[in-house]
Design a protein around this ligand. Structure first.
Ligand SMILES: Nc1ncnc2c1ncn2[C@@H]1O[C@H](COP(=O)(O)OP(=O)(O)O)[C@@H](O)[C@H]1O
Ligand SMILES: [Mg+2]
Length: 342
């Protein structure tokens, strides 16, 4: 086997990937995917692993394109096309999940203002409005009436939305500071961000010309996130914020196995198999006890999962104890290389 190339980013999975390669004598080399000579750097590599992020402006510009170009030319990549093409795009995910008959909330996307208004007149409220991109619940809102929906639709087909909602971010950081969970400096930075949006929001441009609504699934005081990597899965429960319906980004996480039923874990394995992904996180909410997927994503903040009590295999056997899910990603890549070669 030639090297596995690992892009060294500011944050992400790569320190764990490197440590695992070192421990197991898996040949690897660090590369800089932004460098002009990246293709030369990859000449002695069978694979590239890159934990790219929706909040990194340079990643937004080129991560998917470079990864797909490499995969197209025959190299193994992580995340690969099936894992990655819909990353940070909830509208793309809607089409994919419907096509593979994954249980999801009813939803509506419009590319014409008139059609959106016609639908909004007959819709039932509350309903959920989402931008196609974003994380931590920032771009997810509850719409309580036709009047609110109408003004969202006007904005969507007017000046559009920024990818970064500075006001919500400031409120959230301020709330965290009050609870001792963030520093004065974080509050100051969030305040300045009200006037100077982050670079990624400038690169991503405005969200404009479409509007996406999702059926509101009531009575969920949390969401359940299940991550499937190869034939292993692990899960967390995220409680919603106070007086809010949104869990993602609340920072209020539970890890005990008792919160995760076999039905949800099995659903996650079944859909991951249909999607043929290397790594996928499912966010579930429940409608009459039925798990519905509201979002999929290959990336996550690894540290937040360290307290997980164990993991399942695809036969739903439980393996108690700590584990490093980043290592499983390297295993997936090594297997993909072997499959391609022999
Ligand atoms: N259709 C829905 N019904 C009820 N709650 C929802 C719905 N969609 C999202 N949520 C809540 O909002 C949170 C954020 O939504 P999500 O689509 O996962 O966006 P993000 O990418 O910001 O995580 C979820 O964690 C969940 O608690
Ligand atoms: Mg989510």
């Amino acid at each position: 086997m030639k090297h596995i190339a690992i892009h060294v980013g500011k944050n992400g999975f790569h320190p764990n990937w490197r440590a695992y390669c070192l421990k197991n004598n898996i040949p690897f080399k660090n590369v800089d995917c932004y460098a002009d000579n990246i293709i030369d750097q990859l000449a002695d590599c069978d694979a590239l692993m890159w934990h790219h992020s929706q909040n990194n402006p340079k990643d937004l510009l080129i991560a998917k394109q470079l990864l797909f170009a490499l995969e197209h030319s025959g190299k193994v990549v992580f995340p690969d096309f099936n894992t990655n093409w819909h990353f940070d795009d909830k509208v793309a995910q809607k089409y994919l999940l419907e096509l593979v008959q994954c249980p999801i909330p009813q939803n509506h996307v419009f590319y014409e203002k008139d059609a959106a208004i016609r639908w909004a007149k007959t819709a039932s409220y509350p309903t959920v409005f989402k931008l196609r991109g974003g994380a931590g619940s920032f771009n997810v809102k509850l719409i309580k009436s036709f009047a609110d929906a109408k003004s969202i639709i006007h904005k969507a087909f007017g000046r559009g939305f920024s990818n970064y909602d500075g006001f919500t971010a400031f409120k959230e950081t301020f709330g965290h500071w009050q609870k001792g969970k963030s520093s004065k400096m974080d509050v100051l930075k969030a305040f300045l961000r009200l006037f100077i949006p982050p670079e990624f929001a400038k690169v991503a441009g405005r969200e404009i010309g479409y509007v996406y609504f999702q059926e509101f699934i009531p009575n969920n005081d949390s969401d359940i996130r299940v991550i499937v990597i190869g034939n292993k899965a692990f899960a967390i429960k995220r409680n919603v914020r106070e007086n809010d319906f949104r869990a993602s980004g609340s920072g209020n996480i539970e890890y005990s196995k008792k919160y995760f039923d076999d039905k949800t874990i099995k659903t996650a394995f079944d859909i991951a198999a249909k999607l043929k992904t290397q790594c996928v996180a499912f966010d579930f909410v429940y409608k009459d006890d039925k798990p519905l997927v509201i979002e999929i994503s290959y990336g996550y903040t690894h540290a937040a999962y360290a307290p997980c009590e164990g993991y399942w295999d695809s036969a739903l056997n439980w393996f108690p104890g700590s584990f490093d899910s980043c290592e499983w990603m390297v295993d997936v890549v090594v297997n993909d290389i072997k499959r391609k070669k022999y």
